[in-house]
Design a protein around this ligand. Structure first.
Ligand SMILES: [Zn+2]
Length: 171
């Protein structure tokens, strides 16, 4: 499914409650304006590398000013997520992961959640893709990898190695 088909997909119109299979959909939601090209690239990356379907909610979520750290001049990811957790409670089970993206400088939490997280597009594009890829990979049961691979923290590769790919297929 192309991005054009999903961009206007209503947030709450997506429901497969009671579906016995594990969810294979990823919801991408915006926190502020994100370059359309970046958005398309992120969607393609998730579709192609993990064979997951993405839905993009373009209506932006409210960024609470109370989550802004005036000393660091960055948003505190944990404080934003606490608020967003309530917002997604009713749809959480429909998605493998819910990724909020935005042009933000973030203070990252020590213990991040695995189903909802924020990825800043304010960094080189490959960093954002790598972060998304590694989180989705571990959510799908992949662990750190020693090969030239997306799951290798020291590798700059944005693709999964054959070994990781075959693990995904089995799982
Ligand atoms: Zn690998």
């Amino acid at each position: 499914m192309g991005l054009g088909d999903t961009l206007r997909e209503p947030y709450l119109g997506i429901s497969e409650k009671g579906s016995p299979e594990a969810p294979t959909k990823v919801l991408i939601s915006l926190l502020n304006t994100v370059d359309r090209e970046k958005l398309i690239r992120i969607n393609q990356f998730i579709n192609e590398e993990f064979k997951l379907q993405t839905f993009t909610k373009l209506e932006k979520e409210f960024l609470p000013i109370s989550a802004f750290d005036w000393k660091e001049l960055k948003y505190n990811e944990e404080l934003i997520l606490k608020r967003l957790d309530d917002r997604i409670a009713s749809i959480r089970d429909n998605f493998l992961a819910i990724i909020f993206i935005g042009e933000l400088n973030l203070i990252k939490p020590d213990n991040s959640r695995d189903y909802i997280y924020i990825v800043s597009t304010n960094t080189p594009e490959d960093n954002a893709l790598k972060e998304i890829g590694r989180k989705l990979g571990s959510k799908l049961g992949l662990s750190s990898c020693d090969h030239e691979c997306l799951m290798n923290p020291t590798s700059s590769s944005l693709t999964l190695c054959n070994s990781c790919k075959s693990k995904l297929k089995k799982g």
